[in-house]
Design a protein around this ligand. Structure first.
Ligand code: FES
Length: 123
């Protein structure tokens, strides 16, 4: 898998999501504690885009139903618990999950060199 240049280093800032394309794939890049991280712009719950999600303490929250993922590992840390950003009561979480079990987010290896950010994506 080749490393593909996706952005200038200055465009990738802590806890902000930047949408980029690499090898035809839609990705999001951000910085966690200064380190560039990249993941697919497609929530594993319903395949919805996550560009309007939020990043805090290394965790990205999907803007649609609130699923949370560790940005560095992709691990699911909390499954669906909201609708369009509005928190829902616990009894409704299985309903909003629509029968889908928790899955991890696809993350990609990154590197940064000479002021440029690279992501290794399947080609
Ligand atoms: S599409 Fe992301 S939590 Fe449902």
């Amino acid at each position: 898998m080749p490393l593909i240049e996706v952005a200038l280093s200055g465009a990738v800032t802590d806890n902000q999501l930047l949408a980029v394309k690499a090898n035809g794939a839609s990705l999001l890049v951000t910085r966690i504690d200064g380190q560039v991280q990249a993941f697919i712009n497609k929530c594993p719950h319903m395949g919805m885009p996550m560009a309007k999600g939020t990043v805090k303490d290394g965790v990205v929250t999907c803007p649609w139903h609130g699923a949370k993922f560790d940005v560095c590992t992709g691990q699911n840390v909390e499954w669906c618990n909201a609708f369009a950003g509005v928190p829902l009561p616990k009894w409704s979480h299985k309903l909003v999950a629509m029968g889908k079990d928790p899955k991890p987010l696809t993350v990609y290896e990154t590197s940064e060199e000479n002021g440029k950010v690279f992501v290794r994506v399947p080609g």
